[in-house]
Design a protein around this ligand. Structure first.
Ligand SMILES: [Zn+2]
Length: 67
């Protein structure tokens, strides 16, 4: 992609961080146990992970995208 800040052709470095919801749902899943937790885990993990993109050249913050 092209960096909007320095216009260099970059391969943006990504940083995946779980959002707050991921922690909360993880806590709820732990409380509920496996009987209902197992079916919730796959949908929660994908929806709760935020991917932060940063330009490796000028360190500009490019944005946060859902995978
Ligand atoms: Zn840049």
């Amino acid at each position: 992609m092209i960096c909007p800040s320095c216009h260099a052709e970059i391969d943006s470095s990504t940083e995946t961080k779980p959002g707050l919801i991921a922690y909360i749902s993880g806590f709820i899943i732990a409380l509920c146990g496996c009987w209902c937790g197992c079916c919730l885990i796959p949908c929660c993990v994908d929806e709760c992970m935020d991917v932060h993109h940063v330009c490796p050249n000028c360190k500009a913050y490019l944005g946060r995208f859902k995978r």
